[in-house]
Design a protein around this ligand. Sequence first.
Ligand code: PLP
Length: 438
Amino acid sequence: QQASSAPDLNLSTSDQLFTRAKDLIPGGVNSPVRAFRAVGGHPVFMQSAQGAWLTDVDGNRYLDFINSWGPMILGHAPQIVLDAVAQALPSSLSFGAPTRREVDMAELIIEMVPSIEKVRLVNSGTEATMSAIRVARGYTGRPKILKFEGCYHGHGDSFLIAAGSGALTLGTPDSPGVTEGVAKDTLTVPYNDLAAVAAAIEANPEQIAAIILEPVVGNIGLVPPAEGFLQGLRELCTRHGIVYIFDEVMTGFRLARGGAQELYGIEPDMTTLGKIIGGGMPVGAYGGKKEIMDQVAPAGKVYQAGTLSGNPIATAAGLAQLRYLNEHPEVYQQLERTSALLADGTRQIAAELGLNYTVNRVGSMWNVFFTTQPVTDLASAKTSDLEAFGRYFRAMLHRGIYLAPSQFEALFVSTAVTDDLVDLYLSACRAAMREAHG
Ligand code: PLP
């Protein structure tokens, strides 16, 4: 195990592949954050993974704290998931017709997340959120949605909108290709700012179909909801007939068996899911109150469909992982303990070096912000020292620790991280923090 001292990495095969990839794939990657642009250097191409460890195409090993951006809560290649997939494979990869497993999956989701009374499977988190807001609009007959700065809900047009300069101003497209027409229907306010939400509702009477948020933000680094924020939104939504949507693509089945809504005791009207629900395969889901979900075709008139939705192999993988989580509640205690050791240890190491960095954590999602300010929203996250973070990231990678290649991402802990591996991480962290600030 190499994590304590591996300053020189041979990445020659990764570099060759990246050179080829750049000619063939935009930016050389199939999803932007993989390109390491925020931290410098080239992406590492992976070959295989087992438990807590990734192995790249040059044979280097890394202790993994990305875990495929969340899905691999049991670590890589857990036997129960592999067995379920192997068992499903010979029966064909897709039917385009309903299967027993989809019914079992729906039943299990509804049991684990009680606010969900009916659920529809899709193929990604993006599909889940896009569909959820369409349903909310269909249900309420209203055009606008309200979201929060720094919350990521996938790459649907309605979500790629930057904030206007006030509740009365229109949002503006945050990506070429998103039209002004779409932007005018998305309102964006700062996270944890209940007064801004109330002002936006007042400025747009009877216009807002849905409020969507990450109940714990994992897409600007980790930012917890302020005391009373989620409950305050619940009350505003109820009072104004707005559909309250928890985007639990990251937090679902991770922060608790029933997700962030169980942890904070809040009942949203709709929930979107992804990542863990697929066990590493492309799966998403959206669900909620019967009355709302019965708007979805063919029960209702809001159209949403998918050739591969409920795919038998993807469903087998997801169902096996969810069943395990459902039957082993001790997983969440274990993750809490391990994650506390990692986060508290990191805070202490930074402090020993005179760096009073902010470490935010909820359950097995956490990160260290290279700033001494409390981080409660996008603006405070942006006070981080990105240069120092980049140096730290590279120093960790060279010690065999695979962190998210951006300051503005959460880290995910899996059950495969044992106490030995926590120690391995902490000694690498101590050396890398020194190196980054040397
Ligand atoms: N919602 C949240 C909270 C996410 O973190 C993500 C992806 O990271 C998405 C939605 C989009 O999911 P996907 O990448 O599966 O489309």
